[in-house]
Design a protein around this ligand. Structure first.
Ligand SMILES: *[C@@H]1O[C@H](CO)[C@@H](O)[C@H](O)[C@H]1NC(C)=O
Ligand SMILES: *[C@@H]1O[C@H](CO)[C@@H](O)[C@H](O)[C@H]1NC(C)=O
Ligand SMILES: *[C@@H]1O[C@H](CO)[C@@H](O)[C@H](O)[C@H]1NC(C)=O
Ligand SMILES: *[C@@H]1O[C@H](CO)[C@@H](O)[C@H](O)[C@H]1NC(C)=O
Ligand SMILES: *[C@@H]1O[C@H](CO)[C@@H](O)[C@H](O)[C@H]1NC(C)=O
Ligand SMILES: *[C@@H]1O[C@H](CO)[C@@H](O)[C@H](O)[C@H]1NC(C)=O
Length: 901
């Protein structure tokens, strides 16, 4: 170990001399020079691509590892490596077919099969390749996932841990929801502390963008980061608008997806029985947390609910033998019982569940929803212990009359047994992690089923075929029912969706004409269908045996192969250049985490499980001349691709717009279909619009929360102060081109660095150093002092200390222009310039003939207008409130103009 360290240090110092301007090169002998996560979510289906570009800085070959984290719920669908102008595509094969390659890999001493479960929600993907001296490799991993609605929101989890700081690090998320994005939050460790400024987001009607562009400085200084850079999660949380009760039905190429989540319904009173394991193994924290959660849950019961409380060890005890109403007296008494639950004895799951079922069956209150919840931390050890017998007994007792939810506490439970038990009885099983927040996990699960809105939901699709699950015993507020299928003969005319269900006081039918939208941008509906079908078949298989099981397995395998999903039935065979040979990756069985991971599962240490660790050690002894370190860590929930606007994103601040687009139009609502159609025609509008005299250029200014942005016009021939940050010795100025945007932008940084960008080139000067990068050449990265400039085809990405600025090149041939976008939120109160403007807070004041906005106690007349947002490429047209520049900026325009660049 000591010898390895010395060698590393030596390499770093030599390496430092080689780079003229390097100040941030990593200490490793290989460098990730670019790390991108790109997630596209279309109608809740997320496709994420992680791209990591790495260079071997050594003058000898070495093994370089790609190591990321993805959501457990996702299926990997593609993995590629690019090296030496060669593409190495991985293939998904049936597990049996990959078996030989797997065996060979194992016999070579390689740890084949490197997808493993980590923590609660993530899975680790790891592979490596030998890279020649001073050569580069690009790893590209794609995974797909249908986001699930829980407690009124969808959450896309992105995990990032590249294991070094990366100059070109970015996360781009683009959400497209036909129904309109209702709210958007960014949570997770990476959105806090110093990194909060690196998150920017925007909502435009049916689309939303989140960007995370941390500079190298920020990658080191955030709470969970160190010299090894970023380590943590981003959670992108949103929901969509829901106006139609039948929900959204989208179709494309003969497939449909139906999202059903009505919310304007009265809650149905429930009968809920909690069956709580108090066997000896619950001793200590588990039983304490269970008591705490139970007391919270009891207090949250609505007075119209009825409840029962059963505890069991070897025998079964009740608080009351029958269901009682959740009035305050009863809840108070039950609390006393809950506080005194003492753990001891064995685990008689069978008798406890049969008693719980009896309670519910004895009280079939009309118009209410019955729910049975089991919490246990171990296998059955007393009474009936034969698992198959328990399954049969419980099914017999429940007879599809209510759902059974099983919560498995900790890792000593036989989760397969619980899952099968739930699935056979219309419920789901959930794991409760034995951790400091176990009480919150329990309460969180209860909250999901706390408000039944419908029971006996049957989704009917005349003219549909190959449907995913259509019968649901209960529908809860905050969740969503998703059904996908095929449309027979792709005939929309004869395709009639309907939902029949029982609500609080009546049986209702949801049906709507014109509820079906032909999807314009989605080629992914078929994949959503495949994803859901495979997920459901995997569950079905669990409940079957014999030939039926085989049949379901065959079908699951066929679909997994057809759609290239790495599922528990398939493997991914990673092809590598000779010498390395192939490697076989299996998806772990998500319900059976390796016990060895358990000890490292602490919430604050969701890192390498011991499994991963072992394999690292093994490798470094095998390949003696090589120092291996994991490369990249990453994301968790992601989206799907194939849509227009990729957005370089606006930090939420100033965007731009075009001369005088159709103003005062019939913009009735943010989610009207019109806006969307217009978006598609943006390029035409731009190409033909002729500036009015005097030429003006429209700017956008973001508003706080989800309000419409403001916009204002300014003369098209002035020079503007874009940003002045005295504390960072940074200033950015721009010159408008009289027509569309900027023709030149100049950045001054510290005392010596000047970056000039115009429509032909990017010029960088730093003292004696100088470099010109024409736009026409390919991607290049230049480091000058603490400035890093990455020039891509249509944008230049400039990092200056803690600030990251992107300048986009818009237009074509003769008509090019620039637009600046700040990728950092500016917290410095001394900042000046158009880009430093903070989002504006306003209130709308409706008047008979006009609209006014109240900003800081001042009422300002505004009109509806449209503006092109040039922080996106191609630009996106948005509705906005038009006002004078002075009103929007709350200052004179002359405060923003300058004489020279
Ligand atoms: C359902 O949830 C929504 C918010 O997500 C809330 O406004 C509504 O009141 C809830 N309805 C019931 C019956 O709980
Ligand atoms: C239960 O309610 C349904 C209507 O929802 C009604 O038809 C039925 O008669 C009721 N049964 C009882 C026992 O009250
Ligand atoms: C779904 O429910 C309907 C009526 O409730 C029933 O006729 C049908 O057989 C059920 N389908 C399945 C697949 O269970
Ligand atoms: C059902 O209940 C809702 C509100 O709880 C009420 O508006 C509606 O009239 C009721 N319908 C019937 C058929 O009783
Ligand atoms: C499953 O597939 C295998 C191989 O394709 C075939 O031999 C077997 O008969 C199939 N089993 C069933 C039950 O369809
Ligand atoms: C992200 O992926 C989408 C779909 O493949 C693509 O259109 C878009 O350009 C990508 N965005 C970035 C910033 O790479």
């Amino acid at each position: 170990m000591g010898a390895t360290m010395d060698r590393t240090v030596l390499q770093v110092s030599i390496f430092g001399l080689l780079l003229a301007f390097g100040t941030t090169q990593p200490k490793d002998d290989w460098e990730i020079y670019s790390f991108h996560i790109n997630s596209t979510v279309i109608s809740r289906y997320a496709t994420t691509v992680i791209t990591s570009r790495v260079v071997n800085r050594k003058d000898e070959p070495q093994e370089i590892e790609f190591h990321v984290r993805i959501p457990k719920n996702a299926f990997i669908s593609k993995f590629r490596m690019f090296m030496d102008d060669q593409v190495y595509d991985s293939v998904v094969k049936a597990k049996e077919d990959a078996q030989q390659q797997y065996t060979e890999a194992v016999s070579r001493g390689e740890s084949a099969g490197i997808v493993s479960s980590v923590g609660r929600t993530l899975e680790e993907f790891k592979t490596s390749v030998t890279v020649a001296a001073l050569k580069k490799v690009t790893f590209e991993l794609t995974y797909e996932e249908l986001l699930k609605r829980r407690l009124g929101k969808y959450e896309l989890q992105i995990h990032a841990r590249p294991m070094q700081t990366v100059k070109d690090f970015k996360v781009d998320v683009h959400i497209q929801e036909e129904a309109g994005v209702n709210f958007l939050h960014v949570n997770g460790g990476l959105s806090t502390g110093a990194l909060a400024n690196a998150v920017t987001k925007a909502i435009a009607d049916k689309q939303a963008w989140v960007h995370f562009y941390p500079t190298v400085e920020q990658q080191k200084t955030c709470d969970s980061c160190g010299e090894e850079g970023i380590n943590g999660d981003l959670a992108i949380v949103y929901d969509v608008n829901r106006d139609k009760s039948l929900g959204d039905i989208k179709t494309s190429s003969g497939y449909f997806v139906h999202h059903f989540a009505p919310s304007q319904l009265s809650r149905i009173p429930k009968n809920v029985v909690f069956v709580i394991d108090k066997s000896g193994s619950m001793h200590g924290k588990k039983i304490e947390q269970t008591r705490t959660a139970l007391i919270h849950i009891l207090n949250d019961l609505a007075e119209e609910d009825f409840f029962g409380l059963i505890t069991f060890d070897s025998t079964v005890s009740y608080w009351k033998r029958e269901l009682v109403q959740a009035n305050s007296q009863n809840v108070k008494n039950a609390e006393g019982f809950a506080r005194n639950i003492i753990e001891r004895g064995g685990t008689n799951i069978n008798d406890a569940l049969l008693d719980g079922s009896r309670m519910l069956n004895d009280n079939p209150r009309n118009g209410s929803a019955s729910i049975l919840i089991l919490l246990t931390d171990g296998d059955p050890t007393s009474g009936v212990v034969n698992l198959g017998q328990i399954h049969a007994n419980v099914m017999e007792a429940i007879q599809d009359k209510f759902p059974l939810y099983c919560l498995g506490f900790g890792f000593d439970v036989n989760f397969n047994f619980l899952e099968k038990l739930s699935l056979q009885n219309n419920g789901v099983a959930r794991r409760i992690y034995a951790d400091s927040d176990a009480d919150l996990q329990l309460k969180g699960f209860y909250d999901e089923v706390a408000n039944p809105l419908l029971t006996d939901v049957t989704m009917i699709y005349n003219g549909g075929a190959n449907l995913t699950q259509t019968n649901f015993s209960q529908y809860y507020n905050g969740s969503e029912i998703v059904v996908a299928g095929q449309i027979i003969d792709n005939n929309i005319e004869t395709f009639v969706p309907r939902v029949v269900a029982i609500s609080r006081n009546a049986s209702i039918v949801f049906s709507e004409k014109n509820s079906i939208a032909e999807s314009t941008d989605n080629s992914n509906i078929q994949r959503v269908w495949a994803y859901l079908t495979v997920k459901q078949l995997l569950k079905k298989e669990l409940q079957l045996s014999g030939a039926e099981k085989e049949k379901v397995k065959n079908e699951t395998l066929r679909l997994s192969l057809k759609y290239n999903f790495v599922t528990p039935l398939t493997s991914m065979v990673v092809t590598k250049p000779t010498k390395d040979n192939t490697e076989v990756l299996h998806k772990p069985n998500e319900e059976a985490p390796q016990p060895s991971v358990r000890t490292t599962l602490g919430r604050n240490n969701p890192l390498l499980g011991s499994v991963a660790h072992d394999s690292l050690v093994r490798h470094s002894t095998r390949v003696l001349h090589t120092k291996r370190r994991p490369v990249s860590g990453i994301p968790a929930l992601a989206g799907r691709s194939g849509s227009p606007g990729h957005p370089p994103s606006l930090g939420g601040y100033v965007l731009s717009a075009t001369p005088m687009l159709d103003m005062d139009h019939d913009m009735t609502g943010r989610s009207s279909g019109h806006v969307h159609k217009r978006l598609q025609h943006v390029p035409n509008i731009l190409a033909t619009s002729i500036p009015v005299v005097p030429p003006l250029i429209r700017f956008l200014l973001q508003a706080e929360s989800q309000s419409l942005p403001l916009c204002f016009d300014i003369p098209a021939q002035i020079r503007l102060r874009l940003l002045l940050l005295p504390s960072a010795e940074l200033s950015v100025n721009g010159e408008l081109d009289g027509k569309r945007g900027f023709n030149k932008i100049v950045v001054y940084f510290s005392t010596t660095c000047i970056i000039e960008v115009d429509t032909r080139r990017v010029a960088i000067h730093d003292g004696p150093f100088g470099k010109i990068l024409p736009w026409l050449t390919g991607q290049e990265t230049i480091t000058a002092g603490s400035a890093t400039v990455i020039k891509r085809d249509k944008e230049v990405d400039i990092t200056l200390g803690e600030t990251r600025l992107i300048i986009l090149l818009h237009g074509n041939a003769g008509e090019k222009y620039l637009w600046p976008v700040l990728k950092q939120q500016i917290s410095d109160n001394n900042a000046e310039g158009i880009l430093a403007q903070k989002p504006v807070a306003y209130e709308e004041v409706q008047q008979p003939l006009s609209t006014k906005l109240k900003i800081k106690d001042q009422e300002i007349s505004v009109s509806r207008a449209m503006a092109a947002d040039y922080s996106f490429s191609p630009a996106v047209i948005l509705p906005c409130w038009l006002m004078s520049a002075e009103s929007a900026l709350q200052a004179r325009l002359s405060d923003f103009t300058i004489f020279t660049l």
